[in-house]
Design a binder for this molecule. Sequence first.
Ligand SMILES: C[S@@+](CC[C@H](N)C(=O)[O-])C[C@H]1O[C@@H](n2cnc3c(N)ncnc32)[C@H](O)[C@@H]1O
Length: 304
Amino acid sequence: MAAEVLAALNPRPGGRYVDGTLGGAGHAVQMLAASSPTGRLYGCDRDGVAVECARARLAAEFPGRFEVRRGNFTELADWVPAQSSDGVLLDLGVSSPQLDRAERGFSFQQDGPLDMRMDDRQTLTAADLVNGESAERLATIFWEFGDERESRRIARAIVHDREQRIFSTTRQLAELMERINPRAGKKAHPATKIFQALRIAVNDEIGSLKRGLAGAMTLLRPGGRLAVITFHSLEDRVVKEFGRERSRDYVYQGEVDVPELRTPVVAELKWVSRKAILPGESELRENPRARSAQLRVMEKIGHG
Ligand SMILES: C[S@@+](CC[C@H](N)C(=O)[O-])C[C@H]1O[C@@H](n2cnc3c(N)ncnc32)[C@H](O)[C@@H]1O
């Protein structure tokens, strides 16, 4: 989505940009290159390995034009000046290096510890959830974060199995999923949704996203843009709902929006494109992992 992000944020010399999910710095490099020679970038990632790689890459190409820190994007407002940014990018989810390294425990295709922490300073791991949570709580995680229709059955099977053993590896969990939830002609591996759900729970991805979106608004200057790339419908729903709420010029109380009971407020942002932007054909050919990516772009409204 590199071209789409650049078109949305339109980096220019002198501009200030924020990348809350640096990863391998692919987007960060593009933003700095497009804003040469004087654009600046603040970047973070909660993954220490990613931050070090990104820092080295940016230092080689754009010395003196960026500041990078390790941390959650929910904390950006603690160190990036308020109302200073022309563009903020959140490219959510896991990176290819995280998925590809067996020892990070994100992948059911490789055997590794049942870990899944983006930030290894955190203590909670996927193994803690799988071995320690009740069947009810596990079922809720699988249902809410994985959209897994068999959530209760799978949760019961895990709790039953763990009477005999502790789940410590990705392979053990993937094998249980294959046993109780066979593929039966489906394209996706039976562990796909369970792994996604555990990863989201371990990293509190939905909570971080909600706080991160609110925080991004304080970083943007009026007219600045927020671009968010999501990888599944749950994330996208959060972004859509955020955009819808903050672009309304009224609030209502209770669950239902009754026009007579609206209170006018000043809208904080507007949609740049109301519809999600999807990756193009050529990107999908080069990078099949982009197939579920969706980009949404909002602009902070200037109130003079
Ligand atoms: C899809 S990758 C980003 C790839 C990056 N845009 C690039 O061009 O290489 C997502 C990255 O976001 C990081 N991440 C996810 N949630 C985060 C959060 N709440 N705070 C900081 N980083 C986060 C992950 O550790 C991962 O490195």
